[in-house]
Ligand binder design. Structure first.
Ligand SMILES: [Zn+2]
Length: 106
């Protein structure tokens, strides 16, 4: 299984911590965590096969932003490429554990 724009997703993409059912085809395995994907529908995880087959297009779920390239390239990056980890992900993870100051509610 090869992703055109993501050379080593097994080591660098977000995967589920344990085996789970693919949210699309129900096959059990260690699949991509779809928690960080965005779109009108939400799924838990997706297997390599469904990912590469473009199943996210039908679901209206995107994995990456893209503004350049041909229509085909953009479709591949937006729907058929695992989310690329960025420094922003690390920031947002730490922020989710912060609580708002209580000063405002006095
Ligand atoms: Zn699947």
């Amino acid at each position: 299984m090869k992703f055109q724009y993501f050379r080593d997703p097994d080591n660098f993409a977000y995967k589920m911590e344990k085996q789970a059912e693919c949210s699309v085809c129900n096959k059990v395995g260690l699949w991509f965590d779809a928690g960080g994907f965005y779109g009108s529908n939400k799924i838990e995880c997706i297997c390599d096969k469904c990912f590469l087959a473009g199943k996210l297009i039908d679901l209206g779920i995107e994995t990456n932003d893209t503004y350049h390239g041909s229509k085909e390239d953009r479709e591949t990056i937006s729907y058929k490429t695992p989310s690329l980890p960025t420094w922003q992900d690390r920031e947002s993870v730490s922020y989710t554990h912060l609580t708002l100051p209580t000063i405002c509610s006095v």
